[in-house]
Design a protein around this ligand. Sequence first.
Ligand SMILES: Cc1ncc(COP(=O)(O)O)c(C=O)c1O
Length: 440
Amino acid sequence: MSIHLQFHRRALLGAPLLAASAPAFAGDEFDFDTPYDRYGTDSTKWDAQARIYGKDAIDVPMGISDTDFRSAPVITKALTARVRHENFGYLAIPQSFNQAIIDWNQRRYGLTINPANLLLSTGVTASLISGIRAFSPPGSKVLLLTPTYDGFLGPIRAAGCIAEESPLRFRDGRYQMDLEALDRHITRDTNTLILCNPNNPTGNVWTKEELLAVGELCTRRRVVILVDEVHCDFVTKGQKYTPFASLENRDVVMNSVTFKSASKSFNLSGLKSGWLFSDNPEYIRRIAATGHRVDMNTMGMVASHAALTGGEAWLNEVIAYLDANHDYLEKFIREKIPLMKYQKAQGTYLAWVDVTALIDKIGAEAQAVQAEKLRTGPGRPITAEAIIRDYLIREAKVQILPGTNYGHNGVGHMRMNLGTSRKTLTRALNNIASALARLA
Ligand SMILES: Cc1ncc(COP(=O)(O)O)c(C=O)c1O
């Protein structure tokens, strides 16, 4: 029986359609410690990987960036109440939803959004297509500070544009912007830069000074800054998120558009809801004029509304829990996985792990060259980091993602998603430690 069929049989026979292993939500404390079984829900992180690699091939998938926790009870309650009304006809989005977004940004980040300059969306990725189309004609270049989120490539392609990598430099223990290189990458056919803060996958939380510097350069060179702040709630202890729209240089702020959603903070990525805003009404008008569609669904709206109006206590606990996961990983790798290195991220729940020594140890470079020679089908080039991914799936049953997915200079690194229970994280790390100990 094919893997695909085996998996579906399991889904049909054994697993619940919606993870029914969940205890009743009413009155529960927030529990991030008990591993939560997501199999049987068509999740990308668990089910799709089981379909690709086989259910028993992976103990812990740590790929796609979502979290494994049960939703905030306030969200489940709101959705359940809505489901009880058994009609799902067309949705008229109430003004109170826009107000909830405005209030959340004001309360949590001290940011004032003019309601006239707020557009709803079905998520950051979808709305970036409109953002790029508004300013970058087909065939022109969209700048990325790499390594950065590979999901930007889809919207860039959808807009008919070309991604142009301007590499970050690793200096003094941290990735830094190289503004001279960025300046050189800007040519007459460069109209937009996508800036990710906090940056997936390196975990940079850009300082006010760094944001101003890149903002001033782009503004001087007439490049519109599209700022993705979807990870903004996940900043680790001692770090501070600066909303781009709060910068003191008015010209820089007027030259930017910010894209957000509740999909990382509250793990609502399957429910497709988000928003974008700019202080510059002309930029909003141009985005709206691209045919930007707000096909938001009822459940996404209900869930985001509940999250933004009542989910803050839950979110604060998740942030603390994931911050501790970063600490735990840093200590575990230092003590038990000598072939890897990890320095705690400033933000996101993603860890950017240095695997240079492991690449050398198993000769992954040479294996990649060989595999690339034999490759016949389309897809990403096979890199040493892709060899490490396959090696860890085979030997440790843990899936982490190749750093080269995020730009050419992602070499020597892997991205590990820490959005899971400590127990699941421990299982993954023990598996990796045992597998790599066998190499000694
Ligand atoms: C930087 C970044 N932007 C956007 C997204 C996707 O956002 P949305 O679900 O709102 O489209 C992700 C998801 O991983 C991300 O990491």
